[in-house]
Design a binder for this molecule. Structure first.
Ligand code: GP9
Ligand code: MN
Length: 680
């Protein structure tokens, strides 16, 4: 023991006396720069994307990032010449920098980290590419480029002091030593991990959590393996998945029976997929003008679900289409529309088709966007009217493509033809487009001010019109302008439907497809604007209304409205509900039942409902639970939340996400395939 102690003291002394560290830094300036810039970039990314105290103070991801850099960097010592070493390190530096830049941009857009499984999706990003650039690319995304620049400068500066070329033996030894150090540090890192950390790392469904604990580089390497997994597991993990699936559906569920059962049997259906429509705009006025007068009217006259949440993952619009139509959650990696379009789905259009309906979808965007051309067939639509069937010209484009007004006008003509040729009943989905981020085509939305106008009376009795900017010039303000346009288009469409006799025997359904990814600070401004000072109130102001990340999550809810001209159904349903519950709820009303739906008929489950999000968060009437922070906000002040309640729902959430993903990946609803597997 003493021997070891002396040895360590001697080594420390030697390092100090002979200035070994300084020497190492000088002789390996490029290598050291590579390590430092790599760690700075990774840390910067975490700071910009997840600015929480816990994250600022966490040393673990820094250690993990450092280990990865050290591991890959160690092989540079195998190069004989300094130039070779530099070239190798520069390539690595560029790769690691790109990982940071891509994730930085991606996070702003999707509030998540990039995945290799999305690579096959780049073709779908194309049409919204401009929106991404305009909306998302910011100076902070380019800061990471300092890494390669500094590396080149350091290399150029120290070139003169290069020491003699090392022998093969020395080079190998240095590589081995560096690798050993990387490994030792990694072991140090690994022993700090909890079983929860490891579990989440393996599943990779909570990407933020993984980046927070493991750093961006470990995350990205793991992601490549996990992304390849669906390809591999759909060959291997079948038995286990099938077993879990059978256990999940073991109890024979009763088909719901309540006052809504079969009330709409045989009626036509028109569904509107409302791009980025959030509840926050409903019943909101600016200077006495409603943002969404038409939606407000529908909500008042029809059945309005006031706590309805979308459950999208990276597949946004397409994820909502999947969940609405099949009562399944988005797939854990990639998107179901793209990676798993060839599976068997028990989907709403198929059920209507079985009942003799003509089923169709309409969307004036490229048919291949989100792979709809293929996936709409799998969902059971007889026909998909895509961009090719619409007249799109320079004067009828807003934002991403054909304006909603033009879209609805042209769709009416198609509807008339359908009625003429195919007769009734029909089931049709219309996917709107104008109200898509970045909401910057403001001059095309028409006049709708989001300021506060005030008439000020002066002492001498004269009056003056004053305007306080309020939401003018903010993204949320522009969103309201855009949505006001989309609502006006919807109003015109309803009028045209009525004029053409489409509303007599039809159920009209509207849902907001997901939130609009608006900045939290804009919501704070919306609720805490002080028109006297024309600023946002400070938190210590007694009239300040608290607005934290939970309030923001709750504000992401979207409307669901079921309306008929004769007001057959009316009222507000306040129970928490998700996109996943649409199919069972509608199925009960129209007379079809999917035994493998993962959601519930809201009129049967009522206040017991729990809505799970793809990242493991969940919300019920009582609680919003954040699975990353493992914390929750109580939604009913007076009620005490038992630990059991949280645990039970965590389990439920995990199970539901697993089973849903297995159904998709292993094609478990495909009877023929399952029979074949059984025979084998
Ligand atoms: C594109 C439209 C928008 O066709 O549905 O998709 P999103 O960007 O919301 O997923
Ligand atoms: Mn969308």
């Amino acid at each position: 023991m003493k021997k070891w102690k002396n040895k360590i003291i001697d080594t420390v002394k030697r390092i100090k006396n002979e200035k070994l560290i300084q020497k190492y830094f000088k002789e390996n300036a490029v290598f050291v720069t590579f390590l430092i810039t790599g760690v700075i970039n990774a840390t910067m990314l975490r700071f910009f994307t997840m600015p929480t105290i816990e994250n600022y103070l966490s040393f673990r991801p820094i250690l993990a990032d450092f280990c990865v850099l050290l591991f890959f960097g160690s092989f540079s010592f195998l190069f004989k010449k300094k130039k070779g070493r530099f070239k190798y390190l520069l390539v690595l530096e560029i790769i690691f920098t790109l990982i940071c830049v891509i994730n930085s941009i991606y996070y702003t857009f999707y509030t998540s980290f990039a995945s290799a499984s999305m690579l096959s999706l780049t073709q779908f990003i194309g049409p919204v590419g401009d929106a991404v650039v305009e909306n998302v690319l910011q100076l902070k995304d380019l800061l990471y480029l300092f890494g390669p620049i500094v590396l080149i400068i350091v290399y150029k500066k120290q070139k003169k002091h290069l020491f003699e070329t090392e022998s093969k033996k020395v080079r190998k030894k240095r590589t081995a030593h560096t690798l050993e150090t990387a490994l030792a540090l990694f072991v140090l890192f690994a022993i700090t991990l909890s079983s929860l950390d490891i579990g989440r790392f393996v599943k990779q469904w909570n990407r933020e959590y993984i980046v927070m604990r493991f750093g961006i580089y470990v995350y990205q390497i793991n992601d490549v393996f996990v992304s390849l997994q669906p390809k591999v597991t759909s060959i291997f993990g079948y038995d286990q998945a099938k077993k879990q699936f059978e256990t999940y559906f073991q109890e024979e569920k009763e088909t719901p029976k309540n006052e809504y059962t079969n009330i709409f049997a045989g009626k036509n259906v028109i569904v509107i997929h409302g791009e980025s429509v959030q509840d926050v705009a409903l019943n909101r006025t600016f200077n006495g003008q409603e943002v969404t007068p038409n939606l407000n009217r529908l909500a008042k006259e029809g059945l309005f679900f006031s706590n309805y949440y979308s459950q999208v993952s990276v597949g946004t619009s397409s994820d909502t289409e999947l969940t609405f139509n099949t009562s399944l959650m988005p797939s854990k990696s990639g998107t179901a529309f793209v990676s798993y379009f060839d599976r068997k789905y028990n989907a709403i259009p198929s059920y209507f088709k079985d009942k003799g309906y003509y089923t169709f979808s309409m969307h004036a965007n490229n048919a291949d966007f989100w792979n709809r051309r293929a996936m709409h067939k799998s969902l059971g639509y007889d026909k998909f009217y895509s961009k090719e069937t619409y007249k799109v010209s320079d004067d009828n484009i807003i934002g991403l493509g054909l304006s909603d007004k033009a879209f609805y006008q042209q769709s009416i003509e198609k509807l008339k033809k359908i009625k003429e040729e195919k007769g009734e009943p029909f089931y049709g989905l219309l996917i709107s487009l104008t109200n898509h981020t970045p909401f910057s085509d403001v001059e095309k939305y028409g006049e709708f001010d989001v300021d506060i106008k005030e008439t000020v009376t002066h002492e001498d009795g004269t009056t003056e019109e004053v305007s306080h900017p309020y939401m003018e010039g903010t993204k949320l303000g522009n969103y309201f302008k855009s949505l006001h346009y989309a609502d006006e288009a919807l109003g015109e469409f309803l009028k045209a439907l009525d004029e053409n006799g489409f509303l007599e025997n039809t159920v009209f359904i509207f849902y907001g497809d997901h939130d609009a990814r608006l900045p939290q600070s804009d919501f704070n401004r919306l609720y805490n604007y002080d028109q006297e000072t024309e600023t946002v109130k400070k938190e210590d102001d007694p009239t300040y209304r608290e607005y934290n990340s939970y309030h923001y999550e709750l504000d992401r809810k979207v409307p669901l409205i079921i309306w008929t001209k004769d007001h057959q159904v009316q009222g507000t349903v306040e129970d928490t509900m998700g996109m996943i519950d649409a199919m069972p709820t509608l199925g009960n009303m129209f007379g079809f039942y999917n035994p493998y739906a993962l959601g519930h008929d809201i009129f049967t489950i009522k206040d017991e409902n729990v809505v799970v999000f793809p990242n493991g968060n969940w919300v019920s009437n009582k609680v919003y639970y954040n699975s990353q922070k493992e914390e929750y906000m109580s939604l009913k002040e007076e009620e005490v939340i038992e630990e059991d309640y949280i645990e039970k729902n965590n389990k439920y959430a995990e199970n539901l996400l697993d089973v849903s993903n297995d159904i998709i990946v292993f094609d478990l609803l495909n009877q023929d395939k399952n029979e074949q597997k059984k025979k084998k």
